[in-house]
Design a protein around this ligand. Structure first.
Ligand SMILES: Nc1ncnc2c1ncn2[C@@H]1O[C@H](COP(=O)(O)OP(=O)(O)OP(=O)(O)O)[C@@H](O)[C@H]1O
Length: 260
């Protein structure tokens, strides 16, 4: 198995504090990972490293077979798709949904004066369609609902046909119908052998889509457990991750949990 992402004993230290501590983790090209942990556990820090936006204080990181610090990151970044609310906030108010997607091929968050060729627009339309957002293409991004934005941002993150897809809480702020629609689409996408390696960060067990294969559980910057999803998302591991007693429910491929 080829590792798309490999962390070797990675720590991120700010002052006296470890945001991540001795994390060793590897993502294979056909794997779909869930990263879970309480607020402040270090999930976003982990994703920022994976997206090459942050260097670790200690340890080594290989992204797509290249060692961070020894490679021109501008060559690596188009191969990494990122979808996060933070990125969504960089989108210009008046930008259309179509431009929000197509501009990703130029590493921009909006359309300026560059010329997009017909292939780029075709691909953007196909992605908007795949993510249930084809009716939104002419709408201004700023007028979209949270659920609509989430789908447009995922379409955008796939524009460059990445080898690694990083999804930071894609279902945050969605209502029940919006969450279920997105989780279903992500599950279907994860089943495709053509889909890139995926890492999805979430706080909520209900947001784990079908066909995700592995999980990494973090607490206070340290790995509580990692491995195949079925073996890792257990009551004991979740209790250790969130620091409370839980009842874990499973229905088919979906999970939920309540405090005991
Ligand atoms: N530059 C910094 N200096 C000190 N502490 C920081 C710095 N950046 C982040 N932190 C702290 O590091 C911890 C981990 O942050 P991170 O954003 O990675 O957590 P998270 O798991 O993504 O949290 P959330 O679920 O709330 O988004 C937090 O407690 C945060 O306050």
């Amino acid at each position: 198995m080829t590792a798309v992402l490999a962390f070797d004993d990675v720590s991120v230290i700010r002052g006296a504090r470890h945001l991540l501590k001795n994390v060793s983790w590897s993502v294979g090209e056909d794997e779909r990972w869930i990263v879970m942990g309480a607020n402040g556990a270090g999930k976003s820090t982990l994703l920022r490293i994976a997206s090459t936006r942050l260097f670790p204080t200690r340890g080594a990181v290989d992204v797509l077979g290249e060692r961070m610090g020894k490679v021109d990151l501008s060559e690596l970044r188009p191969a990494i798709g990122v979808s996060s609310a933070l990125l969504g906030r960089e989108m210009r108010e008046e930008e259309t949904a179509l431009n929000a997607v197509v501009s990703a091929s130029y590493g921009m968050t909006g359309r300026w004066r560059e010329h997009y060729d017909a292939d780029d627009e075709r691909r953007a339309l196909q992605l908007l369609n795949q993510w249930g957002a084809s009716t939104l293409l002419s709408r201004r991004y700023s007028t979209l609902s949270e659920g609509e934005r989430a789908r447009v941002l995922i379409a955008r993150s796939l524009m460059s046909d990445p080898e690694l897809l990083l999804l930071d809480e894609p279902a945050a702020g969605l209502d029940l119908a919006g969450r279920e629609d997105l989780v279903r689409r992500l599950g279907a996408f994860a089943a495709s052998p053509l889909a890139p390696a995926m890492v999805l960060v979430t706080h909520h067990l209900e947001e784990i889509p079908e066909n995700f294969t592995h999980a990494l559980l973090l607490r206070d910057g340290e790995v509580v457990a990692q491995g195949p999803l079925e073996e890792t998302v257990t009551q004991g591991n979740l209790e250790a991750t969130f620091g409370l007693q839980l009842t874990l429910n499973r229905q088919g491929s979906r999970f939920s949990a309540f405090a005991r």
